[in-house]
Design a protein around this ligand. Structure first.
Ligand code: KMH
Ligand code: ZN
Length: 269
């Protein structure tokens, strides 16, 4: 089996300090947290920027500050979000791709997102994919629902993304696909064998789906964007604490952990 790539999703767009007092918000806090996750064993950081008031922003200058602050500390792969928050428009969301990061997320369809709708029309998806292709950015295909896999396959047919794709199954978002083991198994069986995949289980599904991914040869995403708890009723002390647990479990199961450069090789960056 390939070594395990652990992504730390540090901040997200929805979580607040009220939900998680240790949420990193400023570029320097995010960079410190990225470094702690790197030392714990993460090889990718998935980043959402926040403005000076702590609100989600897709301003590329804030992403630039985060990218540069992280690069001063370690060689972890910087993966900005192009999903942003549900109220951000497509041009706003695309901004971090201008920084030519090695990777960026590419959500491949529309779904309910709690009380809101996360909007990704076919035209948006194609525009995002084309821009990433032009800038040499590897997309991580975000899949919240089954149909999004077919949308990604369409992008392949149209030559807008290069195979093998790397998919993130985001399972357990309220209003979208649940995060049960059966859901993950079904999703994994729908993608070609040469694609790579990771799983972001939301809330209580984070840990069981991560363990499944370790067993199945997939990769794992953890972090406050997806889950703020360490266990039922107990908040995690940091993103790194969630990474450390995955490292311990993977090692116990004989799965080695990928360094950032090994992750680059696995993902063809
Ligand atoms: N915040 C969600 C609406 C991504 O980062 O690409 C979208 C999201 C996906 O988090
Ligand atoms: Zn995200």
């Amino acid at each position: 089996m390939e070594k395990l790539i652990i992504t730390a999703a540090l901040t997200g767009a929805e979580v607040t300090r009220e939900n998680q007092p240790n949420l990193p918000l400023t570029p320097l806090e995010i960079a410190d947290e990225a470094y702690a996750c790197y030392k714990a064993g993460a090889s990718i950081v998935h980043i959402h920027a926040r403005d000076t008031e702590g609100k989600p922003t897709q301003d590329k200058e804030v992403y630039r500050a985060i990218k540069e602050a992280i690069a001063l500390k370690c060689n972890i792969i910087f993966q900005p979000s192009t999903g942003g928050a549900v109220w951000h428009g497509p041009d706003e969301r695309l901004q971090p791709v201008d920084l030519k990061p090695e990777m960026a997320t590419l959500s491949c369809g529309t779904c309910n997102f709690g009380d809101d709708v996360f909007m990704n029309s076919e035209a948006f998806i194609e525009k995002f994919a084309s821009r990433m292709l032009e800038m040499g950015v590897k997309p991580e295909i975000e899949v919240f629902e089954r149909g999004m896999i077919e949308n990604a396959k369409k992008l392949v047919k149209k030559g807008l993304v290069k195979e093998p794709l790397h998919v993130d199954f985001v399972l357990g978002v309220p209003g979208a696909c649940p995060g049960t083991p059966e859901d993950l198994m079904y999703m994994v069986n729908q993608i070609p064998k040469n694609w790579t995949w990771t799983v972001a289980g939301i809330g209580r599904s984070e840990l069981p789906l991560a363990v499944m991914a370790i067993i199945l040869g997939g990769h794992v995403r953890v972090g406050f964007e997806d889950n703020v708890y360490y266990e039922k009723g107990v908040l995690a002390s940091s993103n790194a604490q969630l990474v450390e647990r995955i490292v311990r479990i993977a090692k116990e199961m004989g799965r080695e952990i990928a360094s950032p450069d090994e992750a680059r090789q696995i993902l063809g960056l």
